[in-house]
Design a protein around this ligand. Structure first.
Ligand SMILES: Nc1nc2c(ncn2[C@@H]2O[C@H](COP(=O)(O)OP(=O)(O)O)[C@@H](O)[C@H]2O)c(=O)[nH]1
Ligand SMILES: [Mg+2]
Length: 689
């Protein structure tokens, strides 16, 4: 067995956007000697936030990868974006990690994305640490933040450090295990010393709490503790490690990323309290041939298996698939099986990713995160494995999209280019969805939020040179009739020298049930209309149906009975009958009380109890009908039906109503009649355009 797997750590930095994850990553790299100066998000020289969209926004939009060595350990870091717009990337990339460092601000503490990150770590059964960051900032309050964390989260967060000073007087931390004070000079230069006298009492009592916490998680230590025997530093460290790995508790540390304070201790703690791939253990999947559950141990001698958790689209280098190896060893220029796509693939170089840099590496074993370029079929979520020993790991269900825009090229003729370049970006980002509305003919792009779509537009321009504008999507209204119109007669007659045009048709028009579309009945008796004109009549109606008389939307759910007409032996023609039929149909629509239909969606909103009243009130004001409510712990699930037109921009509104603690999904259910006053508005809008 390769000893180095024991010393490998794959860690993800998670938490809400702005907590300082990327700054922590920069401090880890700097302290680990990878960079020669501390990269800064604010100065745009961060090694991790290197994408132009990130430099511009001063924030992460996509997970970044790097590694450092620290005290005999090699640590792969995955710096995830915290923002809800990029949650899908965070979720997917967590699959590459074995442990998580949850970064929390010492100022505002727990936010929605902190909770989401914690839930994800639970879902993936990950050991974690908390780093309370920004201790140097104004209003930094370590104990208030810790209290909030301790009250919100399980497994129980426990203190392993306390800070020395705070805000501009933040000087360092006291390690509660060793009872040593760690001070940091300019640029984070560390030195150790005695605990300042004013902190001694507090250190003593917090250490007592720590000892108790550690003892409680270990039977042997508990016995010793209850016997009144002191636990040695070594025992404490071992107990801390065992408890953290077993997820009995979560060690909490603190510091300042931008001042590089407390970061060396965080690195020690990552080595000790987060698992190696070996400790994470075997990964289960299914045998694609038998459907039976099987597993792969993190052993370089096992059959190769890996999971692709991210794809990067590069207009020049092609598609880059980033994956985490779970078992076996992959060599460059080898072939393997993609169990999700059921196809063989071949790779060239194995690339190790370090920020924007990629360097070739000689092999990839258990726990390694590597990338390969230009796989043919492979996309995010796929399992790669040995062809002889196949396994498929469960992939994550895609997240529902929350907002849609109609996308239009800025220059005419770029439509095709939009489609090809967008589909490459969609490989990068499985939550983006591309559709073309059959009725409105618009290209629709949906995603997690406005910023998500906007950064996609920026990437489209930078990577593929395609410029687009985003518009609110058009609602695919339809038109229909409420009553029938009997005996509608239209005569088409034109006499302008030469041969004239003549046709007359008589229709009965009646409404059909919703969803029935169109019915044509030929009920002619006698020979007023030669039967060879009947197909032209039907065609004339079908063409007229594409644009209704109210606002030009397609007409549905009508029946036309063609029962009589007149013809002329010279002047009648198919064309004349087609025109007559189309005009007669339109005239009939006007007489038959035309109305409009709109798509109604099934909406499921999940919110915390305290916001339920506001959310329901808001749904009512949007013409929604609440069908039911169900409580699940502290959250309420509201089922409603609501017109599509009312929830085109629901995501930002729900976010502001619930402080981000709400989510929803929606899907089309049926068409229903639009209220008269809204028809007026739509008609007026349509006329304006
Ligand atoms: N004062 C102070 N500011 C910090 C610290 N860590 C991060 N910041 C600032 O907080 C902002 C967000 O940091 P960033 O690392 O991008 O957060 P992320 O979104 O979690 O990756 C930036 O302006 C950083 O300079 C810290 O320890 N102290
Ligand atoms: Mg970041």
């Amino acid at each position: 067995m390769d000893e180095s797997v024991k010393e490998l750590r794959n860690i993800a930095l998670v938490g809400h956007g702005g907590a300082g994850k990327t700054s922590v990553a920069e401090a880890l790299l700097f302290t680990g000697g990878v960079t020669t100066r501390l990269g800064r998000v604010d100065d745009g020289n961060s090694v991790m936030d290197f994408e132009p969209e990130e430099v511009r926004r001063k924030g992460s939009i996509s997970s970044a990868f790097h590694q450092y060595a620290w005290k005999n350990h090699l640590v792969n870091i995955i710096d995830t974006p915290g923002d809800a717009n990029f949650f899908s990337d965070t979720r997917s990339c967590l699959q590459g990690a074995d442990g998580a460092v949850v970064v929390v601000e010492a100022i505002d503490g727990v936010k929605v994305q902190t909770e989401q990150a914690w839930d994800l770590a639970d879902q993936f059964k990950m050991a974690r640490l908390v780093f309370i960051n920004k201790m140097d900032r104004e209003r930094a309050d370590f104990f208030a933040t810790f209290k909030e964390i301790a009250e919100t989260f399980k497994p129980r967060p426990i203190l392993v450090q306390i800070p020395i000073g705070a805000e501009e007087n933040f000087q360092g931390v006291v390690d509660l295990v060793t009872q040593k004070a760690h001070f940091y000079g300019k640029d984070g230069k560390p030195s150790t010393g005695e605990v300042p006298p004013e902190l001694q009492d507090q250190v003593a009592s917090e250490r007592e709490a720590l000892v108790e916490n550690i003892a409680e998680a270990d039977d042997a230590l508990l016995e010793k503790y209850l016997d009144g025997q002191p636990l040695t530093e070594e025992e404490l460290e071992q107990g801390l490690r065992a408890g953290a790995l077993a997820r009995s508790f979560v060690p909490v540390l603190c510091g300042s990323a931008t001042k590089n304070m407390g970061v060396d201790l965080l690195m020690d703690c990552i080595n000790v309290c987060l698992p190696s791939p070996l400790e994470r253990g075997a990964r289960t999947g299914t045998d694609p041939d038998t459907g039976e559950t099987t597993e792969r141990k993190p052993d370089p001698e096992e059959a190769f298996s890996a999971l692709v958790f991210k794809t990067v689209a590069d207009p020049y280098a092609g598609r880059l698939s980033i994956f985490r190896v779970f078992s076996g060893t992959l060599m460059p220029d080898s072939s393997f099986y993609n169990a999700s796509k059921e196809t063989k693939e071949r790779c060239g170089q194995l690339l190790q990713i370090a920020g924007r840099e990629q360097t070739a590496t000689t092999k990839a074993g258990p726990g390694d995160i590597v990338a390969v370029a230009k796989l043919k079929e492979t996309t995010t979520g796929d399992t790669l494995c040995s062809d002889a020993n196949r396994i498929r790991f469960q992939s994550l269900d895609p997240l529902p999209t929350l907002i849609a825009y109609a996308i239009e090229p800025k220059s005419k003729g770029d439509e095709d280019k939009i489609f090809t370049s967008l589909s490459k970006l969609l490989e990068e980002d499985p939550t983006l969805q591309l559709d073309r509305d059959a009725q409105t003919k618009q290209i629709l792009i949906s995603g997690m939020g406005q910023i998500h779509i906007e950064t996609m537009v920026e990437k489209l321009k930078r990577k593929f040179g395609v410029e687009v504008t985003l518009n609110t999507p058009r609602i695919p209204y339809k038109e229909t009739i409420k009553h029938g119109a009997k005996g509608v007669v239209y005569r088409h007659k034109k006499q302008s020298g030469g041969r004239g045009q003549f046709a007359e048709v008589h229709f009965d028009i009646t409404p059909l049930e919703e969803g029935k579309g169109f019915e044509f009945e030929q009920a002619l008796v006698g020979m007023n209309v030669p039967r060879n004109f009947v197909p032209a009549v039907e065609k004339g109606i079908v063409e007229a149906m594409s644009s209704g008389v109210l606002a030009g939307y397609p007409v549905v759910d009508v029946k036309v009975r063609f029962y009589d007409g007149k013809s002329h032996e010279v002047d009648s023609s198919e064309m004349a009958f087609k025109i007559a039929a189309s005009m007669c149909f339109k005239q009939g629509l006007r007489e038959a009380k035309p109305t409009m239909l709109e798509p109604i969606m099934n909406l499921t909103v999940t919110v915390r109890e305290e916001y339920m009243g506001d959310v329901i009130g808001d749904l009512n004001s949007r013409r929604g009908k609440v069908l039911g409510m169900e409580s699940k712990g502290k959250t309420q699930v509201i089922q409603a039906q609501i017109p599509m037109a009312e929830i085109l921009r629901y995501a930002p509104d729900l976010t502001s109503m619930t402080g981000g603690r709400g989510s929803f999904t929606s899907e089309f259910d049926h068409y229903a009649e639009v209220p008269a006053h809204i028809i007026e508005k739509v008609v007026a809008q349509e006329k304006k355009e």
